[in-house]
Design a protein around this ligand. Structure first.
Ligand code: ATP
Length: 417
């Protein structure tokens, strides 16, 4: 039976999206091309879950079609010539438009060779049956579901199923994707899919750093990423990515704590917690293996520094001493340490630094010091540091307090050491 989802599309998508989809359908039909809504948005419509990422497949050159759309509706187009894709942007709406294609994998882990083709072929290249779904957007057939792999049935049964036995060999990132969807939707892996997944976990080593990181980023953007992390740990997939990565109850509890401490933790904070137990050598190796961006690498390095500082942070310290220990540390690394530490003393000092001390500045600046007669040169920097310490330790509260300190130092001619 042919399934028509026109009502779901009209009721569940925002009106601006709907208007653009209907117009796209009319324009493509006028030119004799097929056009379809595909992937996650179709799956989410069937599950009645909100989904605002719109992906379209056209059975023609997507770059040309996006220009036609922009001429008709306004908006702008970003072309990606190598992948035969375009992004169409109108107000707040971004739509990815892809040329229906066949993909051939020259060898495992390689980027596929792309050839224009039909919607049926396009769905065949996809990861799982629940994502190999499309909805026709042409006016005569608007809303018809294209479901060559019984994806709707798998959705209803809560199953993640690959489309063919070589799927994880072609692209081992699908191992991470399978578990992300399984955990997000509380589904389970279909038996044969699970068997093949377990068999091909070592294939994760063939995946390039950028694609691995992209999939890890997606996992860490989930609402409860610890579910996928623990499951990946249990099938040895994290260890396959890097032997020092562990997905266990410890990480899961820290992830949950991260959500108690900050409402929506950043993926960077989750990365920091995932990498927390690595030693310096492991951290450096992993950072280069995954080609982590500089900001993340810095977090990992700072975490190692914080771990070393922890015993000192147990002691009674002045605010300026706390500041001196933590100065320059990435705030995400400090937050991760707040989540991980078991010491109230340490947590209190880290919180104090994060919420207050790191923002403290002297009220006087270099110019005002010169106006007060301080000779320009290294003395200025030293005096500013001394003023900062005085403010941190509550020995100066107002501008007048700071001026008095400067005068006092000038009078003793000791300056600052
Ligand atoms: P969500 O955004 O809800 O996580 P999505 O389905 O939009 O889900 P994307 O990662 O944006 O996820 O992928 C878009 C679509 O591209 C998927 O639905 C899937 O059909 C296809 N896809 C993405 N990655 C792969 C892959 N590695 N192999 C095959 N198909 C893929």
């Amino acid at each position: 039976m042919t399934r028509n989802l026109a009502d779901q599309v009209s009721e569940q998508l925002p009106s601006q999206h709907l208007r653009v989809l209907r117009t796209s359908g009319q324009m493509a039909a006028k030119r004799g091309h097929g056009i379809y809504l595909v992937g996650g948005v179709v799956r989410d419509l069937l599950l009645a879950r909100p989904s605002l990422d719109i992906d379209l497949v056209v059975e023609t050159d997507a770059r040309e079609f996006a220009s036609v759309l922009a001429n008709g509706l306004g908006g702008s187009v970003l072309r990606h010539d190598r992948f035969l894709t375009s992004k169409f942007c109108l107000d707040d709406l971004d739509i990815d438009i892809v040329t229906a294609r066949r993909e051939i994998y020259p060898h495992p882990g390689a980027l596929p060779i792309v050839e224009p083709n039909t919607i049926q072929e396009d769905l065949r290249r996809r990861d799982f049956t629940i994502n190999a779904l499309a909805i026709d957007l042409r006016p005569q057939t608007f809303g018809l579901l294209v479901d060559p792999f019984n994806g709707e049935e798998d959705l209803m049964r809560g199953l993640i199923r690959i489309l063919h036995d070589e799927s994880f060999i072609d692209d081992a990132t699908r191992i991470l994707r399978a578990i992300r969807y399984e955990q997000r939707f509380d589904f389970r892996l279909e038996t044969e899919t699970e068997r093949l997944l377990l068999q091909h976990v070592p294939g994760l080593r063939t995946v390039g750093a950028d694609r691995l990181r992209h999939e890890l980023d997606l996992i860490l953007k989930e609402n409860e990423p610890e579910k996928a992390i623990v499951r990946l740990g249990s099938v040895n997939a994290l260890q396959a990515i890097h032997p020092s990565l562990v997905g266990d109850g410890w990480v899961a509890e820290r992830f949950r704590e991260a959500r108690r401490v900050t409402n929506t933790p950043s993926p960077a904070l989750y990365y920091a917690l995932l990498f927390y137990r690595l030693n310096q050598e492991e951290a450096t190796h992993l950072a280069s293996y995954l080609r982590l961006p500089r900001s993340l690498t810095r977090i990992i390095v700072d975490q190692a520094r914080l771990r070393q500082a922890a015993p000192v942070l147990e002691e009674d310290l002045s605010n300026s001493a706390i500041y001196g220990l933590l100065k320059g540390c990435s705030p995400t690394a400090v937050l991760a340490s707040i989540i991980v530490t078991e010491s109230d003393q340490v947590r209190h000092k880290l919180q104090l630094y994060l919420s207050r001390l790191r923002y403290v500045k002297p009220l006087l600046d270099g110019n005002s010091l010169q106006e007060l007669g301080v000779i320009s040169g290294p003395q200025i920097g030293e005096m500013l540091n001394a003023l900062l310490e005085a403010r941190l330790d509550s020995r100066a509260h107002t501008r007048e307090d700071e001026i008095a300190l400067v005068h006092a130092w000038q009078a003793t001619e000791k300056g600052v050491n």
